[in-house]
Design a protein. Sequence first.
Length: 311
Amino acid sequence: MKHRKLMFGQDGTFKIMQLTDIHYTDDDETDRRSVVQIREWLQKEQPDLVMVTGDAVYGTDNLDNIKKAMAPLTESGIPWSFVFGNHDVEHHSDRETLFGILEKMEGFVGYHDSDSGDGYGNHMLPIYDREGTLRWVVAGMDSGNKNPLPQVGGYQYVSRRQIAWYERCLKRLEQEAAQFSVLEFQHMAVPEIEDLWRFGKCWGVKRDGFGCPFVNSGQFLAALEDGHTRGMFFGHDHTNSFWGNHFGIVLGYGRISGCGGYGAEDYPRGTRLFVLRADNLEQFETYELLDNGNYVRNPWGYTPLSRRDEG
Ligand SMILES: [Fe+2]
């Protein structure tokens, strides 16, 4: 495990910025606008860690473009990490090569654990309080691209071998501290996000479909059972940015951060932020900063019809 030790600040908080779906493709005006915006958000928010949740690059120039897309991060001096989206190496190269480039970049704290089963770059970043006690963990998982089962098709999923690795990591961390919580990130959402939207109370915007796998690998169930996971956040569905509590775990979407990639004219790009507290393992705060400068701190609440009747 190669990473610099992440610590809560003097005020007991740790701020994470999620960037997702930057889609740096042609190195054109649109792509350069993304970089300018990301730089502004970093300066404005000064997070303690940045998590890039995939589809940072797209197309055949991905290995050159990843350096350009990540430039605001490498310049910032802020530790940052990355999980693969379905598009990052879809048209050129492979995960290992792109990850090798990331690993040489300034501030990168992700790593690849060869024991993690499937995918590439599954990792866990422990965060310690000022006394050196483990309080929170940021986890990143590779949710793949296309389902390897030809009879199913559609999108891939975090595999049972990855889930087993995740559980092993938490067991190992339990030897450091009995109580700690996990905020997990990956590109494609677990299928349960659709149940959350249909039956639960959600905050924020849903303007996209659900690009989830057609089969359920049990990742959310495992997260419920592990007793540590408090949040799971995704990208991929560009014009979804809602979140909600699903049986005690907050499931939600980041905000599309890049100007490239599909979206909607009236759907601002932006970034989602998380504030963890060393003295609160139950909850975390989350809000968005948009490209128009506005903050979304109290998003619109949505209760589905099935719940409205219950009063
Ligand atoms: Fe995607």
